[in-house]
Design a protein around this ligand. Structure first.
Ligand SMILES: [Zn+2]
Length: 403
């Protein structure tokens, strides 16, 4: 059992078990066990993987390496992602006042946030990423030092004035170890800027059922959790809050942020802060997700014994596969990313996307495209592919139509 990542206590409440079936080589690939700390109130996934398992996963499987599959969170490659990073940058600016400060961006992906710092005159920038390709790309694009490898293992051999960690900490098993490593490379009075998905806002937009509880996001921060981190680490709490970004589906995406300073503070009279509205947000999100999933599973497409060719195997598919398998549906899995070719999900073998054209389709077969963002572009490219091969395409259905 995973103790609380913030306060290390073992007073764990089981909140929900969410069926999920991921790629067999993922360190987190079984049901998602959503838990809450009975002491500090933190919500987290009770996973059995180790930090080393996760480190290796991010070294080998970084989704940001493949330019074809990137979207939100890519590190500034899409216009929307550039807007997101501009907003984060402006948020960080409230807590710094000197362009000469040394900055380290942990989990810099393709260097998007560092690029914004650089183009605003902050030239003392450094990156760190577990992915070799991301580290190289950032180094080439920005001409700055990028430390390649797991943040836990890199020897930085220097200290920094500002460490930014955006959309990284929700992926980490050993949160306190991660924070202590930051403190070890931070100058006295240095600033830590943390940003993660906002658990207090999960229920505001349901992108797809239980999307926030997935094979990568195992910590669920609201703004009070950053205070609790400062309290546990005996450093100064500066600020926390929520900011929102636009997404490809025209919905808002909400992030929580926290700002801490490396300065000894007497916390002996403090206690944990709890935001009870987060309890409501999580309950509400689970309920809405459950209803959305029930609606999906009641669709005739899943209940008439036809073959379902699932195309695009990601987080939503992982939950659908777990449910459809238990309903004995006839599933065949395809994914457009060559790196997933031949991989297994439970007993299913994932086939390479373009090979779908070689299937002998029957009249009531359907191709279910499991990407909400890219449904139209995937459908159009598959239709072109069928036409070029002089084959008749079966019916396409989108998850969005079914929900
Ligand atoms: Zn706790």
């Amino acid at each position: 059992m995973r103790p609380c990542p913030i306060c290390s206590k073992g007073n764990v409440l089981l909140i929900e078990i969410i069926p999920l079936l991921g790629y067999n080589d993922y360190p987190i690939n079984g049901p998602y066990i959503l838990s809450q700390c009975g002491d500090c109130g933190f919500y987290y996934g009770n996973v059995s993987a180790s930090q080393t398992d996760l480190d290796n996963y991010y070294i080998n499987l970084s989704k940001y390496e493949n330019i074809d599959t990137i979207a939100m969170g890519s590190g500034g490659i899409t216009p929307l992602d550039q807007m997101r990073l501009q907003k984060t940058f402006r948020n960080v600016l409230k807590y710094i006042n000197d362009k000469a400060i040394s900055i380290l961006d942990v989990g810099c992906a393709n260097g998007g946030l560092l690029h914004v710092f650089q183009s605003n005159g902050y030239l003392n920038i450094h990156g760190n990423d577990p992915s070799r390709i991301c580290a190289l790309r950032t180094k080439q694009n920005l001409g700055c030092i990028v430390y390649e490898g797991s943040f836990f293992k890199v020897d930085f051999e220097r200290t920094f004035d500002l460490v930014t960690v955006t959309h990284v900490l929700e992926h980490v098993i050993d949160v306190l170890g991660f924070m202590r490593k930051i403190l070890s490379i931070l100058n006295e009075d240095g600033i830590i800027y943390l940003e993660c998905p906002d658990a207090n806002s999960y229920n505001k937009v349901i992108h797809s059922p239980n999307q926030e509880f997935n094979t990568e996001h195992i910590n669920h921060f609201d703004s009070s959790d950053y205070y609790n981190l400062a309290f546990i680490l005996d450093v100064e709490y500066i600020d926390s809050g929520s900011i929102s970004f636009s997404t490809e589906t025209n919905n808002e995406y909400f992030a929580s942020f926290g700002v801490l300073r490396k300065r000894k503070v007497d916390h002996s009279n403090d206690k944990f802060r709890r935001d009870s509205t987060t309890d409501h947000a999580i309950k509400d999100y689970l309920k809405s997700s459950f209803m959305a999933m029930v609606n999906l599973l009641n669709c005739s497409e899943f209940n008439r014994g036809n073959r379902i060719f699932m195309y695009g195997i990601g987080q939503l598919s992982f939950k659908l596969i777990a449910m459809l398998e238990s309903m004995n549906c006839n599933l065949i899995l395809y994914d457009g990313d060559t790196r997933n070719k031949g991989k297994k999900i439970g007993n299913y073998v994932v086939q390479y996307g373009n090979d779908i054209v070689f299937e002998n389709f029957e009249a009531d077969d359907v191709i279910l495209i499991c990407s909400i963002i890219s449904f139209t572009s995937i459908k159009n490219s598959l239709i072109t592919f069928f036409n070029d091969s002089k084959k008749v395409a079966p019916n396409f259905i989108s998850i969005q139509d079914l929900m």
